[in-house]
Design a protein around this ligand. Structure first.
Ligand code: XMP
Length: 326
């Protein structure tokens, strides 16, 4: 019968057989899937695995630290952190179009990862044990969605991944490809992956870059990061994390409205709360977060984040709205 312990045992055996003595690379995003996949491969082949974490500066408060400190402490993975914050900000400067932002972030990510991968191949690989494998946190629903199903491993393996160039040929290891999200979480807990990571809600690859409506810069990121941290903290405190699929907080950076605080007039930015309930993110309903929780979030954000003077609630389902605003 299904227990996380059995699953871990089985997957560890399979990974060991697959990998042999070769070296393995994993792009860590800080999300549940790549973290659990990395922890599993680490358990299977230990130091043969090197994880690469690209800090693009678009993460939420505490997330980089959770990967750099807590995850490494809990799993003992060999981690390379690439601080690419400035590079991403430079590339994004002045860009407002959502698709353009996504494209820039995706391209920069591949370039930075590619260079890091070359460095790892150079530093860690040797001729007898080359870096041959790339870990991907693909889940069963991803497999089904891409039309794979049983046996799809053959289609995907020995492929370039996400536009990596020809001279970086890896084969894919996808240890989670038979699991659903809730099973991945159980496996993660079994492996000792920190709970903050195991229970993390979905977060888009382009991160806060697509939650600032308008151009992205360091100051706007700092504003959004603080507002987002407050919303997350209060939703967690209210015990709503597992009822809510995710709750994007969106900064309307080019919008200002008049407000009043203390004796003074303010002219600040609104943030949007976008709590949604969903099974699979394909469709979603806006989540009925209790009014008192919304009130606390609103009060705290407008008190603690000086540049924000209004908090609004998105009450749109998907469709017609998407979950993210960009
Ligand atoms: P939308 O906005 O399309 O989002 O309703 C559906 C789900 O996907 C997440 N999302 C992304 N995840 N890279 C990701 O890894 C992306 O570019 C991306 N865009 C949206 C979103 O957070 C939601 O869970």
């Amino acid at each position: 019968d299904w227990t996380p312990g059995h699953v871990v045992e089985e997957l560890v055996t399979t990974i060991r057989e697959q990998v042999g003595e070769d070296r393995v690379l994993c792009a860590l995003s800080g999300g549940v899937d790549s973290s659990v996949a990395a922890a599993l491969v680490q358990k299977a082949v230990g130091d043969q695995l090197t994880c690469v974490f690209v800090d693009h500066g678009l993460l939420r408060e505490g997330e980089a630290e959770q990967v750099e400190k807590d995850f490494v402490e809990a799993t003992g993975v060999d981690l390379v952190v690439v601080d690419a914050r400035e590079r991403f900000l430079d590339a994004l400067a002045g860009v407002t179009d959502p698709e353009a932002k996504r494209k820039i972030i995706g391209e920069q990510f591949i370039r930075v990862f590619e260079q890091a991968a070359r460095d790892v191949v150079h530093d860690r690989g040797d001729e007898e044990h080359p870096v041959k494998w790339l870990v991907q946190g693909t889940l069963y629903p991803d497999v089904v969605e891409s039309g794979g199903g049983e046996g799809a491993a053959n289609i995907k393996s020995h492929h370039n991944v996400g536009g990596l160039p020809d001279d970086l040929q890896f084969s894919l290891i996808e240890p989670l490809r038979s699991l659903f999200k809730d099973e991945v979480r159980q496996v993660g807990l079994e492996l000792g992956v920190p709970e903050v990571i195991v229970w993390r809600q979905p977060f888009p690859g382009p991160g806060l870059g697509i939650r600032i409506i308008g151009a992205v810069d360091a100051e706007r990121l700092a504003i959004l990061r603080r507002a987002d941290a407050i919303a997350r903290e209060e939703l967690t405190k209210a015990g709503l994390d597992r009822d809510i699929w995710q709750c994007p907080v969106v900064l309307l950076a080019d919008v200002r409205s008049v407000g009043v605080q203390g004796d003074g007039r303010t002219y600040g930015h609104p943030v949007v709360l976008r709590p949604v309930a969903s099974e699979d993110a394909m469709t979603a309903d806006w989540a009925r977060v209790p009014y008192d929780v919304l009130a606390t979030i609103s009060t705290r954000i407008t008190n603690e984040v000086e540049e924000v003077n209004r908090v609004v609630l998105d009450v749109t389902s998907k469709p017609p709205g998407t979950i993210e605003w960009e």
